[in-house]
Design a protein around this ligand. Sequence first.
Ligand SMILES: [Fe+2]
Length: 157
Amino acid sequence: MTELNLIGIEKEKAVNVSNTLNQLLADYQIYYQNLRGFHWNIKGEDFFELHVKFEELYSDAALRIDAIAERILTLGSTPYHSFNEYLKYSQTNPAENISNGREAVGTVLQNIRHLLNVLNELKVNAEDANDQGTSSFTDDMINSFEKTAWMLNAYLS
Ligand SMILES: [Fe+2]
């Protein structure tokens, strides 16, 4: 008989969903720290605009990161929680010494496009596991990132 986890999802499939959530978490943490760096180091005539925008994005990311980690725990797995793990598993490059506004916005857009790929994969895995909680949990992040991608792209156009 198939073993179920605490919330009634097949254990094996829940692990698969958790692994993708951990991938998302690792990428999100690097994205978060990139935004902090851009918030601090940005220079030029768009300073006031971008300084505030990056703070808005990293504040949102901080809340999402907590929710992702707690979803992993709800599914019965352990979220990555060390810098070592984040650096080891993230497919997002840590950005260093970027002070140019367009370069920073371009990097954020690139990071978001990768996060959207992971989120789309997560959605598929969640549906496969009949994990409606994780599936609906991804929707808001996907919608929010898609809108941000449009705005950042408009800024760069
Ligand atoms: Fe600040």
